[in-house]
Design a protein around this ligand. Structure first.
Ligand code: ZN
Ligand code: ZN
Length: 471
């Protein structure tokens, strides 16, 4: 610890020298810097309150950060590695501080830094299981003053490797994690089923032991040893890989033996609601599903007879000292049950005037869908031909197919309708397409009425009827 701090201090001094060179001496009054120790002293001065987010759309703690500088730092943390863990960033927005000569200046600058860095680091670690190597954050800044005005602030952060991690091992550890991820295959399709496979895989491969890497994905996935944090971060990693909205939730848990820090997950399902998953507690002698996609009011079958909400007290208190409180989604009251939620449907076979079509409705949450038949389209007559199939346009009212309209057509249509089986739609007699006298796409008694009116209204002088067919 001491050694690490010394190295860190050296870096800051170096940075100050560099900064001092970059700014013309005449313009520059002072370059000062803070040490990590000084900022920790100022921590009690603030508590970060997360920005309000809409959890129907958000599943990242990043969305709760309040400023662009916090988000920019978060993005740097996400990319950092043990060998490249020092992030330096010029602040876009200068902190609103008392005059440099004011004794409060330094304390307020320190508080500003804490409020900037601590939430960004917390959000990055909670959102990113691959940041498995870091356990703490060190930070300081250098700043320049022109006259009495603060001119620029450069924040210097160092994500500190957890005990046991060294930069030398990092690449090989990443490869080992990748190897595990490539060796497991989960079947895709049904979100609930996929989550069950993650849950079961972790229960089957992990032994609950508080060993060196037990708090992160390396211990859980590679060593097969983890405590709650390792289980929950691995579960989140799988969800991230399969693009299932999932958050790491931290707080305290109530057990028959007491009360202590705990980590679990919340998952958003396709119904838009959030459900809890606690893989750690389900990893018993056999795999339990007491804590698989359950609601806040669910009472597990095999544990204390209290609701999930009573046994799992989420607090979002990342550092455990109240300094950074992140928000987390409210759970559905009840355990998840799958109700199919269908999409708008995809036409798999396009209907024509010759053939029926098919539309397929897929469930958004599982692989079960269903098909519906789309009726044949009516011919699209352009002039005397169908534009789709080229069929000759019918003579409306011609039921016998002789192209002449007379009482034979009435007889044929009447007999066709009288002998038609209502269930099968099959009749003793065939009629030609012109039997659809009114052109509504159906052949029924309305067509018979229409044909009779046509014939009754023929003017003997011209041979033309005052009633129009096909309308
Ligand atoms: Zn479904
Ligand atoms: Zn056609």
């Amino acid at each position: 610890m001491k050694k690490r701090f010394f190295r860190y201090l050296t870096l800051i001094v170096l940075l100050c020298l560099l900064t001092a060179q970059a700014i013309p001496a005449s313009a520059l009054d002072t370059v000062r810097f803070y040490t990590t120790e000084m900022q920790y002293a100022a921590l009690s001065d603030f508590a970060f309150q997360a920005g309000a987010v809409d959890f129907s759309a958000s599943h990242k703690y990043r969305d709760q950060l309040l400023t662009d500088d916090q988000k920019a730092l978060y993005d740097l943390f996400v990319c950092s590695t043990p060998s490249d863990n020092v992030c330096m960033m010029d602040l876009e927005t200068l902190p609103p501080l008392p005059a440099v000569s004011d004794p409060r200046f330094q304390t307020e600058l320190a508080a500003y830094l804490s409020e900037l860095v601590l939430p960004a680091y917390a959000a990055a670690v909670q959102d990113t299981p691959m940041l498995f190597w870091t356990g703490r954050i060190g930070y300081s800044c250098s700043y320049s003053i022109r006259g009495t005005e603060l001119e620029s602030v450069t924040v210097i952060c160092s994500a500190v490797p957890s005990d046991g991690f060294s930069g030398a091992d990092y690449d090989s550890m990443c490869r080992e994690i990748q190897d595990v991820l490539q060796s497991v295959s989960f079947e895709t399709g049904n979100r609930r089923e996929l989550l069950r496979q993650f849950h079961d895989y972790l229960c089957e491969t992990i032994v609950y032991i508080d060993s060196s890497y037990a708090h992160n994905i390396y211990g859980a996935l590679v060593k097969g040893e983890a405590v709650c944090e390792g289980y929950a971060k691995s579960f989140k990693l799988f969800c991230d890989l399969y693009e299932i909205p999932c958050m790491l939730i931290t707080g305290n848990a109530v057990t028959s033996t007491g009360f202590g820090p705990h980590a679990w997950n919340a998952v958003r399902m396709e119904d838009g609601n959030w459900y809890a998953v606690d893989v750690t507690w389900d990893d018993q002698d056999e795999i339990y599903y007491d804590f698989f996609l359950i609601g806040s009011q669910t009472v597990p079958a095999s544990f204390l007879k209290i609701t999930f909400e009573e046994s799992h007290l989420a607090d979002g208190d990342f550092y455990g000292n109240g300094v950074v409180k992140m928000d987390f989604p409210a759970l559905s009251a009840q355990t998840y049950t799958h109700t199919h939620v269908y999409d708008e449907g995809t036409v798999t076979v396009t209907p024509t005037c010759q053939n029926e079509g098919t539309v397929y409705y897929a469930c958004l949450g599982c692989e079960i869908g269903y098909s519906e038949t789309l009726s044949k389209l009516a011919h699209d007559y352009v002039g005397s031909r169908c534009s789709m199939c080229g069929a000759q346009a019918p003579v409306f009212g011609d039921c016998t197919g002789d192209s002449v309209l007379n009482c034979k057509d009435v007889t044929r249509l009447a007999r066709y309708l009288a002998t038609r089986n209502p269930l099968t739609g099959v009749s003793e007699l065939a009629v030609s397409e012109g039997a659809d006298c009114n052109g509504d796409g159906k052949i029924n008694s309305a067509d018979l009425t229409c044909l009779l009116r046509y014939l009754a209204n023929i003017d003997p002088a011209t041979g033309k009827s005052s009633v129009e067919l096909g309308k």
